[in-house]
Design a protein around this ligand. Structure first.
Ligand SMILES: N[C@@H](CCC(=O)N[C@@H](CS)C(=O)NCC(=O)O)C(=O)O
Length: 218
């Protein structure tokens, strides 16, 4: 059985965007797996991987880390599932992975950075504050004045995805696929960590998110 090392917070809340992307992909493709909860400070649990981040997928003969590498591993090891339906789907998925990790998640971080300690407990709170405040070179509250402008920026940035969803129903086309999984974690992260209204209820992207959650039962 595949084991997915998955970030966990207070009351075992699972809140990592790339971990959610992988879980959705596994569920959508009916691939059996279990998750191993990993708190920020549980670095011992993942020391075998010789790096410090999750998701990590542990299979019988080895492991693979980083959500993009995991998706590629699944594509190669479950060819019958056709995770990338063709090479264009693989290219567009890679674009979505890069766009999400390099541009969208940093915008979302500015919106929810100050709320993340609420979903953590124990040593993880100090770990989060120390590592993130060093990274942003200031207090976690430094983005508070920019929350509304960052929400606006996010809503505008995802306009191409909105158009695709309006035209097709899903990012992958007429039914959900890997491209939907890769975008999903963005919204799930904000949903579980924050009380902000990232998207308007009437936004087609919001409806797409609610629908995917319902299909996957997550
Ligand atoms: N590009 C990587 C990002 C992995 C990543 O940043 N994981 C975060 C959780 S979302 C993590 O493990 N953080 C642990 C830490 O900061 O110590 C991927 O897509 O898998």
């Amino acid at each position: 059985m595949l084991k997915l090392y998955d970030l966990s917070g207070k009351n075992d809340l699972r809140f990592s965007p790339p971990c959610w992307n992988i879980k959705l992909c596994l569920m959508q493709n009916n691939i059996d797996f279990i998750t191993i909860p990993v708190r920020f400070t549980d670095k011992d649990k993942i020391a075998f991987s010789k790096q410090k981040l999750v998701p990590i997928l542990d299979y019988k003969d080895g492991f693979v880390s980083d959500s993009w590498n995991i998706i590629n591993w699944l594509n190669e090891n479950y060819p019958e599932k056709k995770i990338f339906i063709n090479n264009s789907s693989k290219n567009f998925s890679y674009f979505l992975y890069l766009w999400t990790s390099k541009q969208l998640l940093p915008i979302l971080f500015k919106i929810i950075a100050h709320e993340i300690p609420n979903v953590l407990e124990g040593d993880d709170i100090d770990y989060y504050l120390n590592t993130r405040e060093r990274r942003i070179n200031g207090p976690i509250t430094k983005f508070l004045p920019f929350i509304s402008s960052s929400i606006e920026e996010f809503r505008k940035s995802i306009d191409p995805i909105r158009k695709i969803i309006i035209n097709n129903g899903y990012i992958s086309g007429k039914k959900p696929g890997i491209e939907d999984c890769i975008f999903f974690g963005n919204l799930k992260w904000v949903d579980v960590c924050s009380s902000c209204n990232l998207l308007d209820d009437k936004d087609p992207v919001y409806k797409w998110y609610k629908n995917l959650q319902k299909i996957a039962n997550v």
